[in-house]
Design a protein around this ligand. Structure first.
Ligand SMILES: C[S@@+](CC[C@H](N)C(=O)[O-])C[C@H]1O[C@@H](n2cnc3c(N)ncnc32)[C@H](O)[C@@H]1O
Length: 216
C-alpha cells in the first residue's frame, strides 16, 4: 500500500476553513480562543472564523484607516481577504489610498482573489501571491498590519521598518500572552529601541506600535 494512503497528508488549517467558508459562507460566531489574564471573557467578542481577525479588530482596522487617512497600507497574510476588505472600506470612506496585501499560499491567494474580484472595493486593493519576506513595496508605509505566520512577524517588522512612516502605525495581530511569540517579538523590538508598544487586551491580542526613529 502506498505510504500516502497509510499516512494521508493532514489538511492545512487554512484550506479546511476555506472549504467551510465555501460551504456555508462567512458565519458570525462568538470568539472561541481561550481566555487569558488580560482578556478573561473572549466570548464577548465575535469572529467569522479562527483565521480571520476578530470582528472588533476588523472594526478597529477600519477606524484606524479613517482616523489616519493613510496613502499606503501594507498587510501581510491575506487569508480569505476579510481584513483587507475592512481596510479597503476605510480607504473608500477616505476617498484615497491603497492596501497592498500578500498571501503566499497559492490556493488561499486564489480564494482571496475571487472575493476581491466580486467586491466594489477592488480598486483599493493590490493582492500579491508572495511571501511577506520577499515582497517589495515602493513608498512610505503609513500603516502596517502584520498578520501572517506568527514565527516571522518579527522579521516582517524589521524588514519594513525603514519604510514605515514615523507618524504611522504598526499593528501586529495574535499578540496575546497565550500566543506569546508575537507579544515577545514586539517587546524585543521595543527593548531594542526600534518601536514603542501598546498591548491591546483583545482575545488574540493586538500590538499597536510606532517606529521610534524619526518621531518628533
Ligand atoms: C491569520 S491568517 C490572515 C488573516 C487575515 N489577515 C484576516 O484577518 O482576514 C494568516 C495568513 O497568512 C498566510 N501566510 C503565512 N506566511 C506568510 C508569508 N510569509 N507571506 C504571506 N502570507 C503568509 C497564511 O497562508 C494565512 O492565510
Amino acid at each position: 500500500m502506498p505510504l500516502r494512503r497509510l499516512f494521508p497528508k493532514k489538511e492545512k488549517q487554512e484550506h479546511k476553513i476555506l472549504r467551510q467558508i465555501e460551504r456555508s459562507g462567512d458565519q458570525l460566531q462568538p470568539e472561541y480562543h481561550r481566555a487569558t489574564p488580560e482578556c478573561p471573557h473572549p466570548e464577548r467578542w465575535s469572529m467569522f472564523d479562527s483565521m480571520t481577525a476578530e470582528v472588533e479588530v476588523l472594526e478597529f482596522l477600519r477606524t484606524v484607516v479613517t482616523t489616519l487617512k493613510p496613502e499606503l497600507v501594507v498587510e501581510t497574510g491575506t487569508f480569505s481577504g476579510i481584513s483587507t476588505l475592512w481596510i479597503a472600506e476605510g480607504l473608500q470612506a477616505n476617498g484615497r489610498g491603497r492596501v497592498v496585501t500578500c498571501e503566499f499560499d497559492p490556493k488561499v491567494y486564489e480564494s482571496a482573489k475571487a472575493r476581491f474580484a466580486s467586491s466594489p472595493l477592488a480598486s483599493f486593493i493590490e493582492l500579491r501571491n508572495q511571501s511577506s519576506l520577499d515582497m517589495q513595496v515602493d513608498g512610505t508605509i503609513d500603516l502596517l498590519f502584520s498578520d501572517s505566520d506568527m514565527p516571522i512577524r518579527e522579521q516582517e517588522v524589521r524588514r519594513f521598518l525603514p519604510q514605515i512612516n514615523p507618524y504611522g502605525l504598526i499593528l501586529m495581530h495574535d499578540a496575546s500572552s497565550h500566543l506569546k511569540q508575537v507579544r515577545e517579538a514586539a517587546l524585543k523590538l521595543e527593548h531594542e529601541g526600534l518601536i514603542s508598544v501598546v498591548l491591546l487586551p483583545t482575545p488574540r491580542g493586538l500590538v499597536v506600535a510606532q517606529k521610534r526613529e524619526g518621531r518628533k
